[in-house]
Design a protein around this ligand. Structure first.
Ligand SMILES: [Zn+2]
Ligand SMILES: [Zn+2]
Length: 296
């Protein structure tokens, strides 16, 4: 099959690789019909280079048609249409039963100090081949894949794999009181959806902050009050402007949806770029500590 493979820093290529096969009774193999490209993939392109291996298949936002299932996957059959979430979880361990499948004890990468395995996301998360490919092996398929109806186009369902639940969960954690207000910092895909979800769930005032005119316009058209970062001298002025809209108190909740590779912090960027050039083991340690947060 063809797959998007990582070959080195800023070097990603479509290559022909072996088709995936069922390896465990809890596996399924799906034929991908659509697959997302995520902001998270940018980290692999550059910052997380020390944790990548040439040939790694990228991607974690897929949907498709089930081709084959293992003996321990009772609820899926060939021909089913499914969306596959980013995290790989068993659904039956203590963490999964506690509602924390991203910490699944069956798949967690304890050797690396990380949580549940992820598709296409470095050796820190299990080095599981990713989904920007023609076929995908889905471990723990008795739990992960979400069956969706045949018929409507893929765009109706694809975002269930990562971006929509991420935005939904941000709003959930933000605990916006009924009729309350929320400020969403960053209006990329997650911030944009967080604004929509917050409005949908009854937030009275939603404030969106960004510096890209198209993003600001898109959320404004949906009823979000926008703040263009470029209009303010410094962050104090922006804070004051938001306070002005909330009787001087500030919003009830804030969602940081800027993402981990925000522009604006030259120092953090320098460290990250340096990490990518260090000898592998040392670079990994630097990247682990400075991670992908630019904190700007
Ligand atoms: Zn993603
Ligand atoms: Zn589990």
């Amino acid at each position: 099959m063809k797959a998007v493979t990582w070959q080195g820093k800023r070097d990603v290529r479509v290559e022909t690789v072996p088709d995936p096969v069922i390896q465990e009774p809890t596996d399924a193999v799906i034929r991908i019909t659509s697959t997302g490209l995520c902001g998270s993939d940018l980290h692999l392109y550059e910052v997380l280079t020390p944790f990548m291996t040439p040939g790694d298949i990228l991607g974690h936002e897929p949907m498709g048609i089930v081709e084959e299932v293992g003996a321990a996957v009772p609820d899926l059959a060939a021909g089913d249409r499914v969306v596959v979430p980013f995290q790989i979880a068993c659904g039956a361990c203590w963490m999964c039963l506690t509602g924390l499948p991203t910490q699944c004890e069956t798949t967690q990468c304890t050797g690396e100090g990380m949580g549940a395995a992820l598709f296409g996301y470095t050796r820190l998360y299990g080095a599981v081949p990713g989904a920007q490919a023609e076929y995908l092996r889905v471990p723990q398929a008795q739990f992960g894949p979400i069956k969706v109806p045949q018929g409507p186009s893929d765009d109706r369902f694809l975002y269930l794999s990562d971006v929509l639940p991420t935005a939904w969960q941000a709003v959930e954690y933000a605990h916006i009181p009924p009729g309350g207000s929320v400020a969403v910092l960053g209006l990329g895909p997650i911030g944009d959806m967080a604004c929509r979800v917050a409005l949908e769930r009854g937030a009275e005032q939603v404030f969106g902050v960004d510096l890209v005119p198209e993003r600001l316009r898109r959320v404004r058209e949906r009823g979000v009050e926008t703040f263009d970062l470029r209009d303010y001298e410094d962050e104090k002025d922006l804070v004051a402007a938001v306070q002005d809209h909330t009787a001087g108190r500030g919003p009830d909740s804030v969602i940081d949806a800027v993402g981990t590779e925000a522009h604006g912090s030259a120092a953090a960027r320098l460290v990250q770029n340096t990490a990518g050039h260090l000898p592998r083991a040392l670079g990994a340690r630097v990247a682990e500590h400075f991670s992908v947060d630019r904190l700007a």
